[in-house]
Every structure is written in C-alpha cells, then in structure tokens.
Design a protein around this ligand. Structure first.
Ligand SMILES: [Zn+2]
Length: 202
C-alpha cells in the first residue's frame, strides 16, 4: 500500500478533526522548532525530515529518482523524495517545502495504519475514490491540513496578520508567504481557513 501515488484512490483512515490535526501539528512545531513560534522563523521541514524523521516516527528518509510526476512516496518504513524536489528544498522552494510537509504528515499520522494495511493481503485493502470519502477520513485531506498547520501555525499567522496595518490587510497572504517560506496560494488558503475557524478576524 502506497499513499499518494494516485490521488484518485485512497484508503480510508482513522478520522481526524481539523482541531485535532492543528493540535498534533503544533506539538511538532513546539518540540522541533520553537523559534517558529517565538520568532516566526520558517519551520525547517527539510532538516526535520532528513535528520529527525526516524526518531519522530520510525521512518527513514531517502532521495531517489522517482517515476515522472511522483514527488514523493511513503510506504510505511521509508519516505522517498524525488531528487528534483530535494534540489528545490535546498533552494528553499516554497512548493517543495509544502510537498515535504505533506509527506511528513503521512509519516506522522498514517504510519501505523499503513503498517497494518501492509501486513494484510493486498486484496483486503479497500480503496476509495477521494470524492466518496468524508474529508476527515481522507488521508490526503488530513496530510494537507497537517502540512498547512506545521508550516503556518495558527498563532504565528495571527501575530503576523494582526501586525499588518488595516490598509495593507489585503496583502496579508504575501506577508505570511514571505515570512514563513510558503507559496502565496498556500498562505491564501491558510488565512481563509483561519478566518473560518475565527482565529483571524475577517
Ligand atoms: Zn499524500
């Protein structure tokens, strides 16, 4: 069972609410990068994966040439990142950082479930079309939610957002993107989620 090689068919996973995922992501940031919370430093997702993944969740990290279109794959014991993505990480590329944070989320949230799936006969594993699953049971939704919360912790985004003068508020995603090394699109999505959660004022 490989997560993420197909975005259309995924296994159902143990449900996780957005609130629970936010909590787990914050715990990781507190333990591995307190400066992200105190000084708004970008979360060092590359260093955490390359040097601490084994200690965090028993998954080893590797870089390899993967089939075209595959950015990373996680098969339970090993996270493999495509060499193009790794090169981009060395340049601090925002999109590569999100890709790696998404894979880190699978390691942190889904490793034990994958181990169980892998130990069974392949035929027993039921795959679902993504649209058929409730989001909170969809491993890809869970991984994107965790990645957003690790790279852009709610309290950090709130502090950046609240520090911007009202007249510049429409440019808030740009401020967040620059400060936390995420893409403009990722910052826009995160800000709109935090408004829905009433962490940020409209
Ligand atoms: Zn995935």
């Amino acid at each position: 069972m490989v997560l993420h090689t197909s975005i259309m068919a995924v296994p159902e996973v143990v449900p996780l609410s957005r609130r629970r995922i936010e909590h787990l992501a914050l715990q990781l940031v507190q333990s591995r990068s307190p400066n992200t919370l105190s000084a708004h430093d970008p979360f060092p997702v590359h260093q955490v994966c390359e040097f601490h993944l084994e200690a965090l969740c028993g998954v080893s990290f590797a870089v390899d040439r993967l089939p075209s279109g595959t950015e990373g794959r996680f098969e339970g014991g090993e996270l493999i990142i495509n060499e193009d993505v790794y090169d981009a990480l060395l340049r601090n590329d925002p999109r590569a950082r999100f890709t790696l944070a998404h894979e880190l989320a699978h390691c942190m949230l889904h490793k034990e479930q994958l181990d169980v799936l892998n130990s069974r006969k392949r035929g027993i594993v039921q795959l679902h079309r993504r649209g058929m699953l409730a989001p909170y049971r969809d491993p890809e939704w869970q991984a994107d939610t965790y990645a957003g919360a690790v790279l852009m912790p709610a309290q950090v985004v709130k502090e950046i957002y609240d520090s911007i003068p009202d007249i510049l508020r429409p440019a808030a995603p740009r401020y967040v993107a620059d400060k936390l090394s995420v893409s403009l699109r990722a910052a826009e999505v995160r800000i709109s989620i935090l408004k829905e959660m009433e962490v940020l004022r409209p």
